[in-house]
Ligand binder design. Structure first.
Ligand SMILES: [Zn+2]
Length: 428
């Protein structure tokens, strides 16, 4: 496929007008001002359009689309125990698949090409991701109670089977990570054994870290150290880790994250909704920590339109740190693309570069709210709508274009998700 006369964000996230981009198979094969000699097949007219890297969602719980709008205006603990957990307890494998297909449809519609997910019954999320042809780092959020260690838990066998059957499948689009749900939902034996298993299995880690003040304070009471120090001490950061939220980090925690190459996945909309607080994104950047962007689940967002998260991400730290100069549009866009790809262990994704995987989106910039174009980076972050995405490609395959979904039967996905939600409610 050849994108002709299209504006792009290049590998340095600089704006280049009127380029030609050739896609060969799954890769970006040509970027240039001159029309290439090679025949790339289909020609896409790029007039009035912007081509940029697809967005990477660094923290999601994709089947939670079924809980969209189900629990609102509640305190976190009530939200979890009175609404979320009882609903989730009734979800079947089919519901997990249906919720995932709905979520993946929403993601490709809004330009997300890859997501780092944490949930349960991941085999069915993997099946949905394979059908939807989206990229996904999947993990089961390990929890434990009592004295049981990781090797005593059913999740140990589940992870063995997931790694054997799905890790690096679909040309590497599916990756299996390990996940520890959080400090407060597991015991120390589980944490250290999971860390050991991750190293042995050579896979990545995904955790919730310092999301609430209560979590931080109680961890300090229990272990006499912050959650970041506790995870570090127990070996969790011995493998590349994505830590969602990172709101209540203390001074030393930033050094721990930096020294261990931990990615901080900021989820600003979810944090606003659950009143969890604000992470110190400017400090994370200043410390040289890899900062990525996540939607979190649809129960706390309430959509997977990551352009909303991008705008809010670029705004709230200005207000919360009383400094309008923090978080540049380029930083925000890189967090929503390349930094997320790095956190997933996908070094050849997340940027428009020859040899990279062709994970591309196209925005229609010939719109009133995108005019004039003084600085396209400003327009992408502060003016663009998720619905401006008119084209989404993963590994060189078109998944969405101008209202059409090519890997998902959208009517069926919506119908099945509605049926699943109704069925679960009937059991509550
Ligand atoms: Zn989460």
């Amino acid at each position: 496929m050849l994108f002709k006369n299209i504006d792009i964000l290049d590998e340095n996230f600089d704006y280049i007008k009127n380029c030609h981009i050739g896609i060969d198979g799954e890769k970006i094969d040509y970027i240039g001002k001159e029309l290439p000699d090679k025949n790339y097949g289909r020609v896409y007219n790029g007039t009035g359009k912007l081509l940029m890297p697809g967005l990477v969602n660094a923290h999601s719980h994709v089947p939670m689309t079924l809980l969209r709008g189900y629990a609102e205006n509640m305190k976190l603990q009530d939200w979890l125990t009175k609404r979320i957990f009882p609903f989730e307890a009734k979800m079947t494998a089919e519901d997990i698949y249906n919720g995932s297909m709905l979520g993946f449809a929403e993601m490709v519609r809004f330009g997300i090409v890859s997501t780092t997910d944490m949930y349960f019954m991941d085999e069915y999320i993997a099946k949905a991701a394979m059908d939807a042809q989206i990229k996904c780092n999947l993990s089961i959020g390990t929890t434990s109670s009592g004295d049981k260690g990781y090797y005593d838990l059913p999740v140990f066998e589940e992870n063995n089977s997931l790694i054997k059957n799905y890790h690096n499948k679909e040309n590497g689009r599916i990756k299996i990570d390990l996940s520890l749900h959080a400090e407060y939902t597991s015991n120390e034996k589980t944490v250290s054994q999971l860390a050991e298993f991750a190293q042995k299995s050579n896979v990545r880690m995904h955790i919730h870290l310092s999301e609430t003040k209560q979590e931080n304070e109680q961890c300090k009471q229990r272990h006499n150290m912050t959650p970041a120090k506790y995870f570090y001490t127990n070996g969790i950061f011995n493998v590349p880790t994505t830590a969602a939220h990172c709101i209540w980090l203390e001074d030393e925690d930033y050094d721990i994250l930096k020294e261990n190459n931990v990615t901080a996945a900021c989820c600003p909309v979810s944090n606003l909704k659950l009143a969890s607080g604000f992470c110190n994104a400017p400090k994370l950047y200043n410390k040289g920590i890899n900062v990525a962007l996540g939607t979190d689940g649809a129960a706390s967002n309430n959509n997977l339109n990551i352009f909303e998260d991008l705008k809010i991400f670029a705004l709230i730290y200005k207000a919360s740190f009383n400094d309008p100069t923090v978080i540049t549009p380029k930083q925000a866009i890189m967090s929503a693309t390349k930094n997320g790809a790095i956190s997933q262990g996908r070094d050849d994704c997340g940027a428009i570069k020859v040899g990279n995987k062709s994970d591309i989106i196209v925005l229609d910039i010939d719109k009133p709210w995108m005019t004039p174009n003084h600085n396209i980076l400003n327009n992408i972050v502060y003016s663009a709508q998720g619905s401006d995405v008119v084209f989404t490609m993963v590994d060189g395959r078109v998944l969405y274009e101008d209202g059409e979904y090519y890997s998902i039967d959208i009517e069926k996905a919506i119908y099945n998700a509605n049926m699943s939600a109704k069925f679960i409610l009937s059991k509550l």
